[in-house]
Design a protein around this ligand. Structure first.
Ligand code: SF4
Ligand code: ZN
Length: 342
């Protein structure tokens, strides 16, 4: 049912115009490399998009809006990478993202992937990509190993939750917890690193249920993965979540919930790295509180992601915290996520 809604919402989608030889974006930021804060270069390639999105796609994902939604010639994909590298300035970490999976050979053909990996500057110590589990197969990892010298290679997987029902019936992710575990096994066998994304507040879950699901997921995976990255839902165009939100059936997560999840997760994971990137934070379509305290709280969450110290949350207070607590108590009576307070 949700799968067909996700498909229908994309039916007359027309991609915006974008030059084929230019990546979507590239920028420099800070990240944590084995306990040190280092410069990181991020490139988002303009590709045909996620193969799963063509079938139906995940209920909260609007990355297809950033894709070409048609094939892109190999030489253009390579040119995009070359163009992005012109601004590279010795960053130690290189993140190569797409609107889907870097290891999907329909999206990034093997010859393109190999050429890109061969072009990575010597100064890069760690390469980070993202992929659905079905593309994390031995044959692909053997090929990658041959092109990265002795650099670290990290693969991010959007598991979202360890609960198969929430993942497949609500998020429409299309793979099981076992598929994820099998992919992690292969990653480990090759000596690569893994990052696991957890979704904060899928549709139909109350704020409290989502917090509980996130904590349980952390508990279920903390012995499997090197880094856990929380993604709070933000409302993207033409998604099932946007449809619910427009009909007052969904509110993006509170920033107070994110702090709660990070503090409780830290107790479970010990030295495993936790991070949280808040897309659209402090805006009506992104994770937010009352809009007065959002900036300070988002800064604290960013600091936590870098330094892993829960003390950054100690002094934070705003009167909207009481509303958040009321929200947690009232939502179970509302049969699902409450909309924003007027
Ligand atoms: S969340 Fe990932 S797997 Fe799902 S549609 Fe988006 S890019 Fe594809
Ligand atoms: Zn507030």
């Amino acid at each position: 049912m949700i799968a067909s809604c996700c498909k229908t919402l994309k039916q007359d989608f027309k991609p915006r115009k974008h030059p084929l030889d230019k990546p979507i974006r590239f920028w420099s930021e800070k990240d944590n490399l084995d306990g040190n804060i280092v410069d990181t270069y991020v490139i988002i390639l303009y590709t045909r998009g996620c193969s799963w999105a063509y079938k139906s796609g995940c209920s909260m994902c609007g990355y297809f809006n950033d894709s070409a939604w048609r094939d892109i010639p190999n030489e253009m994909l390579i040119k995009q990478f070359k163009n992005a590298l012109q601004n590279y300035n010795g960053e130690k970490i290189l993140k190569i993202f797409t609107s889907g999976s870097f290891l999907d050979e329909i999206e990034i053909p093997r010859v393109v992937r190999d050429t890109i990996l061969n072009m990575i500057p010597d100064e890069v110590d760690r390469i980070i990509v993202e992929s659905r589990p079905e593309y994390i197969i031995e044959e692909t990892l053997i090929d990658i190993q041959e092109h990265i010298d002795d650099k670290d290679f990290e693969i991010g997987i959007g598991l979202e939750t360890s609960d198969d029902i929430i993942r497949n019936k609500i998020i429409n992710k299309g793979f099981t917890f076992k598929d994820y575990r099998d992919a992690i096994d292969i990653i480990k066998r090759f000596g690569f690193r893994s990052k696991t994304y957890i979704l904060i507040k899928p549709p139909f879950l109350t704020e409290r249920k989502s917090i509980e699901d996130n904590i349980k997921t952390v508990y279920d995976i903390h012995h499997l993965t090197d880094t856990i990255s929380f993604n709070p839902v933000s409302i993207h165009g033409r998604t099932f979540v946007e449809y619910l939100w427009r009909n007052n059936r969904y509110r993006p997560p509170w920033l107070w919930s994110i702090i709660d999840i990070l503090v409780k997760s830290k107790e479970i994971v010990g030295d495993i790295r936790l991070q949280c990137d808040i897309v659209g934070g402090g805006k009506i379509r992104g994770a937010h509180n009352c809009f007065n305290c959002d900036k300070t709280i988002i800064q604290a969450i960013t600091n936590f992601s870098l330094y892993q110290d829960i003390d950054v949350f100690k002094e934070l207070y705003c009167s909207c915290r009481e509303i958040w607590i009321e929200h947690l108590e009232l939502e179970p009576l509302s049969f699902g996520s409450l909309p924003d307070y007027p």
